[in-house]
Design a protein around this ligand. Structure first.
Ligand SMILES: Cc1cc2nc3c(=O)[nH]c(=O)nc-3n(C[C@H](O)[C@H](O)[C@H](O)COP(=O)(O)OP(=O)(O)OC[C@H]3O[C@@H](n4cnc5c(N)ncnc54)[C@H](O)[C@@H]3O)c2cc1C
Length: 289
């Protein structure tokens, strides 16, 4: 199908983009990489009166080291994150996850701002923002506000963005951990995930000092599992630990049945991926810091 008729503007500043959003009275749509929006237009599931193309705005594509966090501009492409040495050394779980995002052609166009705003519950960047506890900066007609990832995602394909607001940046705090893993299962490599587990740990002898866990594909939003993090830290790291950990993770989430998989199957995947993730994280020689 072809999209319904729309006007097109390509502002050169964030302020002009916000003005265009305000002028559209909730009927305008921002266009970033177009990898989610264009299919929606073609299927006429979205019929905006105006497309506001962000691609002529300078200064929204960057990956910046701010010592205890990495700041990423909204127009930064998925492939820039995948290939960035800074991301690889400071946000290794993100580096590992990015190759699971769709296919190379899509990663060359898709942006972090578009992915966060689209809020797909099986998308890697929303999950990574929950995992790292990212701070998402949002520009609107009344100025800039910042929201923690856990408050940003409201429901499947729904964020806390108002119709006249746009994401301009996300800041990812560095985890001072010494082992990590990202495990995902999709029907075919590059498809949206049926389930994923991100894990990062700091070891201390036969137990852990700290752990970070997030999952996706198993609920309407990505989830950071804070209770499971505390229970993992209380575990002794013996042969039973991966099995016990997988039970802990599965006990925190109750996936629904949908077109792609039953809830029961997703729980099975979650357990398997959690086991793999803990084994990999404990064997990992990589250092996040
Ligand atoms: C075949 C296929 C497979 C895919 N597989 C995956 C996958 O496995 N994992 C994954 O994570 N993604 C996947 N994607 C989605 C892809 O990652 C998209 O690039 C991403 O979801 C949207 O980014 P975009 O820049 O293309 O946004 P667009 O498509 O341009 O926009 C998406 C939405 O966000 C809004 N928007 C865009 N930028 C902003 C902003 N700065 N502030 C506020 N709103 C904004 C738009 O108005 C629109 O509503 C897939 C896409 C396709 C077509």
């Amino acid at each position: 199908m072809k999209p319904a008729k729309f006007d097109y503007v390509s502002p050169s500043t964030v302020e002009a983009a916000i003005e265009a959003l305000v002028a559209s009275k909730g009927e305008g749509k921002l266009l970033a990489g177009g990898q989610s929006l264009l299919p929606l237009l073609n299927f006429r599931m979205a019929r905006p009166s105006v497309l506001i193309d962000l691609n002529r705005i300078d200064g929204l594509s960057y990956i910046e080291d701010r010592e205890d966090r990495i700041a990423i501009g909204a127009l930064t492409r998925h492939s820039d994150l995948e290939c960035s040495p800074l991301v690889a050394s400071r946000l290794p779980v993100m580096a590992a996850a990015m190759r699971h995002v769709a296919h190379l052609a899509i990663r060359n166009r898709g942006t972090i701002g578009g992915s966060l705003s689209h809020a797909d519950p099986a998308a890697e960047l929303p999950m990574l923002s929950a995992f790292y506890n990212a701070r998402i900066s949002i520009q609107g007609p009344n100025g800039l506000r910042a929201v923690a990832a856990e408050e940003f995602f409201i429901d499947a394909l729904t964020s806390c963005l108002e119709p006249d607001e746009m994401v301009v940046e996300a800041e990812f705090p560095i985890l001072e951990h010494d082992g990590w893993a990202f495990e995902e299962i999709a029907r075919r490599f590059g498809d949206f995930a049926l389930a994923s587990v991100a894990l990062s740990v700091r070891r201390s002898g036969s137990s852990l000092e700290d752990a970070r866990i997030a999952v996706m594909g198993v609920a309407d939003t990505p989830l950071r599992l804070k209770e499971a993090e505390r229970e993992l830290v209380a575990l002794t790291l013996d042969e039973q630990a991966p099995e016990l950990f997988s039970e802990v993770v599965a006990s925190k989430v109750l996936p629904n049945d949908d077109l792609h998989a039953s809830g029961e199957y997703r729980t099975h995947l979650l357990k398997e991926l959690s086991k793999r993730a803990l084994r990999t994280a404990l064997a990992s020689k990589e250092h996040a810091a």
